[in-house]
Write a protein that binds this ligand. Structure first.
Ligand SMILES: *Cc1c(COP(=O)(O)O)cnc(C)c1O
Length: 453
């Protein structure tokens, strides 16, 4: 058996994150004030986010941002993560492709989210804050943020999308174990939550709604700011440790990826594994392909519009340039809660617009089928989100087989599914279905968008 795992030493954890914006020819468009349509200055975000995070968000010049020692020290609890050659999976697919995955599921909370959570908690603590608010969909971000807040002695309130609060009680327990306060969203504790519940008492929530509630609480609480687990530039930045480690590990494996694949919610794990490799395309003329795997039920990249939109349902955030389905889009209740977001971050949106990356949409049943095959051949039960990436890898591997061509595929295993077994149960019981969204379904939330671009 050839080598399967490519490991790095602790001292090889990256010392800086990679800021791709510095190398992009077309920079992402600026966020706008929704009233005046004027670009917002970084200072205008200081009331909501920690100052250093805002400065990272706006940084278009420095390709490398030093990782603070305190954060790097905490990364050592599980980083560097393994890069694995998926021999078993390759064999089951009978493909000439070489398939590698970066295993981010080994973090203490089971997903990549901790890479940014620890960095954000660090900068908030450094600024002298005592309290944080955030939202969570399937619960992975909330769990990561709860862990990070505890590590830095901060209090955290989490608004958790109600459908997940009920379907995934164990993620709630994990957050509570780390000392966070968890509220099902929409809730009666905020103005935006009360309005939504008054209009639609049975609404099971969305990330957009939970964001509105978390922002509202942060703005009303002393010494408190808001943190977000995806979409924003600084989150993409922190996640680049994934790809930076992978670069070194692929080198150890003696290969280089032809295609890099990741699932796509707001874009952070995709950015994390892709951007350090995309750097080779931007600065050295390489032609690596990058494929974002999104759910067919929430297809912002493949069927959305590139337009300014709100990041949340109630419209509290600035206008953000993004591929969007419209901020009022209510995605079907698929079991990959982490992918149920209406928009894509502004960096990835610009990259998509400039054809520097691709996107595919994946049906829910194909994701579970691929996830089960992966579990049986590689001994890790993937998160339903990650299974979307795995299904996209299956497509790439089948293409390689048809063409009779060897190619090297690298994908990010963003998390494990051990706390998502209820979703697997529903799949085995035949209770899950695919969702096809008609043009009319999409038009409901897309048509009302102000056309600014
Ligand atoms: C949150 C999450 C995602 C989706 O979020 P991105 O910001 O697009 O990465 C994917 N996989 C897992 C395991 C997650 O927790």
């Amino acid at each position: 058996m050839s080598t399967k795992k490519f490991l790095l030493e602790e001292k090889e954890i990256p010392t800086a994150w990679y800021n791709i914006v510095a190398d992009m020819k077309n920079k992402p468009l600026p966020p706008l004030n929704p009233g005046t349509k004027q670009p917002l200055k970084p200072e205008e975000f200081y009331p909501l986010f920690a100052k250093e995070l805002v400065d990272q968000e706006a940084n278009q010049t420095d390709p490398w941002i030093t990782i603070p020692d305190e954060v790097r020290e905490l990364y050592k609890q599980w980083r560097p993560t393994p890069l694995v050659r998926a021999y078993g999976f390759e064999k089951a697919l009978d493909t000439p492709a070489h398939i590698y995955f970066k295993n981010e599921s080994v973090s203490p909370v089971g997903s990549h989210k901790l890479n940014s959570a620890l960095a954000q908690a660090y900068y908030c603590k450094k600024e002298g804050l005592t309290n944080l608010t955030t939202e969570t969909g399937a619960g992975q971000w909330g769990a990561a943020m709860a862990y990070a807040a505890k590590a830095f002695g901060l209090e955290l309130a989490v608004y958790m999308v109600k459908i997940s609060y009920e379907q995934k009680p164990y993620r709630r327990s994990i957050m509570q174990t780390f000392g966070a306060q968890v509220v099902a969203s929409p809730s009666m504790s905020t103005k935006s939550g009360r309005k939504i519940l008054t209009d639609n008492p049975n609404y099971m929530g969305s990330l957009g709604t939970a964001i509105s509630e978390a922002i509202e609480l942060a703005l009303q609480t002393e010494n408190c700011k808001y943190v977000l687990g995806s979409v924003l530039n600084h989150v993409m930045l922190h996640q680049t440790v994934i790809g930076l480690e992978s670069e070194k590990q692929m080198e150890k494996a003696g290969e280089f990826p032809d295609v890099v694949v990741a699932c796509f919610g707001g874009g952070s794990n995709f950015a994390g594994i892709s951007f350090p490799f995309l750097r080779h395309n931007l600065t050295q003329g390489k032609e690596i392909r990058f494929v974002a795997a999104e759910p067919a039920s929430c297809p912002k990249l493949t069927r959305g519009e590139f337009q300014y939109d709100f990041g949340d349902e109630a419209g509290y955030t600035p206008y953000i340039p993004m591929y969007t389905l419209g901020h009022t889009f209510a995605p079907p209740h698929i079991h990959a809660g982490g992918l149920r977001y209406h928009g894509a971050g502004s960096i990835v949106s610009q990259l998509k617009k400039d054809n520097l990356m691709e996107a595919v949409d994946i049906e829910q049943l194909d994701a579970f089928k691929a996830g089960v095959l992966f579990a049986q051949t590689e001994s890790i039960i993937p998160a339903p989100e990650s299974s979307h990436a795995i299904a996209a890898v299956v497509k790439e591997a089948e293409k390689a087989k048809l063409e009779g061509k060897q190619k090297t595929i690298l994908f990010n295993l963003s998390g494990h599914g051990l706390i998502d077994m209820a979703a697997y149960d529903s799949y085995f019981a035949g209770e899950l279905s695919n969702y096809s969204l008609s043009k009319a379904d999409l038009a409901k939330s897309l048509d009302p968008l102000e056309k600014i671009i």
